[in-house]
Design a protein around this ligand. Structure first.
Ligand code: AMP
Ligand code: GLY
Length: 428
């Protein structure tokens, strides 16, 4: 993007609430003329400057970007990053926010990430890696301590991590991954690691390829059910800032995990302009890194961008033009809380196609008069109705001067949203 261009056009790749939040935040800048989202979802079209566009391959998307003089492409989800979309854009001299394929391996392969952490002394859970059932089973028969964590190496939409309580349960998971190919190629290699105790924090860090800047912290809620019960999901709710993260823990995290990571990326030639997400466990011995994501998190991004006071479009401009170091990030006072309204049964089996009602006060211009805002995810438009079409249907986010106030607001407003089989956690 030309620095501080006054006629900005963006193309966002993705279709979830994260991409909706990014599109909304970019469109707040008066210089933003248009935000295209591909493939997007119908809910995004309620934003005045947003338009959804559909392509069947990367090449079509790149041609569109060239023909429409898109300033910057932003990639939301991990899949296109791991598949090398950024590399293709760069070959065509298109500005793109996100990592090339070799850096995206930080998320694309847990083994790659864990080996990097080990090589550079970045605190993480002790681990072993395996590429077949027998070796993993042999290891487990002598690994006495449970719970233990089994992770598919490759991408699995946040569902490839299992915290197992017994040897029998662990063997079932190995069987699912190696013999029943539950995650296809992603599960052909695995990590088995020690289970850490503590509380989790999500820290998303912006980078311009030279310097980096952490955004406000967040707390994700990955389990499907209240009180951290049930299977892992892509995320069921997020609070920002993370109410549990102390100043002291944040300093340790920066010193022991974030800074050494950026030094490691520099040495390995993996730095990029984009976002790097650190999923950490704060234990009684300090912070340990669970994972990297090479993108913004979902649902964290809804809460983070709702709290951001600095113009988001300028943040992206700073990452694309190398002046991030000079950029001051400021945040609104208080807390933002996001609830994910899901289809009951997610992340396993669920039904879709139900009409959504009660959302109109929380979208487009009307949302300006409201404390809460909706970012849509799994929705479609059929027979003149907005309907559910995936597991995570929409995010609703609200603010408050205190966490209690933000919670009260968001739980009050989600009551106004109606669709059959609506499910959300009551304890975010
Ligand atoms: P990951 O995709 O590696 O972040 O794992 C998904 C979720 O599984 C994390 O957010 C944690 O809730 C949990 N998890 C992953 N690794 C561990 C670990 N070593 N100890 C405890 N919980 C873990
Ligand atoms: N909320 C976690 C993620 O985006 O992977």
């Amino acid at each position: 993007m030309k620095k501080n261009s006054k006629n900005r056009k963006y193309l966002i790749v993705g279709s979830g609430a994260r991409e909706h939040a990014m599109a909304w935040a970019l469109s707040l800048n008066p210089y933003t003329q248009k935000v295209f989202i591909s493939p997007g979802n119908f809910g995004m079209t309620f934003e005045p400057k947003c338009e959804i566009v559909k392509f069947s391959n990367f090449e079509q998307m790149i041609n569109f970007a060239k023909e429409n003089q898109i300033d910057t492409i932003l990639v939301g989800p991990e899949q296109p990053l791991v598949e090398g979309f950024v590399d293709l854009c760069k070959m065509q001299k298109i500005d793109v926010f996100g990592p090339p394929a070799k850096s995206a391996m930080l998320e694309g392969s847990k083994i790659f990430a864990k080996n990097l952490m080990k090589k550079y002394g970045i605190e993480t859970a002790r681990f072993e890696t395996f590429d077949n059932f027998k070796k993993a089973a042999d290891f487990l028969s002598s690994a006495g301590k449970y719970p233990i964590v089994v992770k598919a190496d490759g991408l699995a939409e946040g569902k490839g991590v299992f915290i197992v309580q017994s040897y029998e349960e662990a063997m079932n998971i190995l069987d699912l991954l190696f013999n029943k190919s539950k995650f296809g190629k992603s599960g052909e290699k695995i990590v088995i690691e020690e289970c850490l105790q503590g509380y989790e924090a999500s820290i998303i860090v912006l980078s311009d390829g030279k310097s980096f800047k952490p955004l406000i912290s967040a707390k994700d809620h990955k389990k499907a059910f209240d009180n951290e019960q049930g299977p892992n999901t892509g995320g069921m709710g997020a609070i920002s800032p993370n109410p549990l993260l102390t100043e002291d823990d944040m300093q340790k995290l920066e010193k022991r995990i974030i800074l050494p990571t950026f030094n490691a990326l520099k040495k390995e030639g993996l730095l990029y302009s984009g976002a790097l997400y650190f999923g950490v466990m704060i234990t009684k011995d300090g912070p340990f890194l669970l994972e990297y994501n090479v993108r913004f998190g979902d649902p964290e991004t809804s809460s983070i961008l709702f709290s951001l006071d600095t113009d988001f479009s300028t943040c992206i401009d700073a990452c694309m033009n190398g002046y991030l170091e000079k950029l001051d990030l400021s945040w609104k006072e208080g807390f933002s809380v996001t609830l994910v309204a899901a289809s009951k049964g997610y992340p396993d089996k669920y039904e879709v196609g139900y009409e959504i009602a009660g959302y109109k006060d929380f979208i487009g211009e009307k949302s300006k008069n409201n404390l809460s805002k909706i970012f849509f995810a799994g929705v479609d438009y059929k027979d003149n109705k907005l309907v559910t079409n995936r597991g995570r249907v929409l995010n609703i986010v609200s603010r408050g001067k205190t966490l209690e106030e933000a919670r009260k607001n968001v739980y009050q407003d989600i009551e106004k949203i109606k669709f059959d089989n609506l499910y959300y956690r009551k304890d975010i």
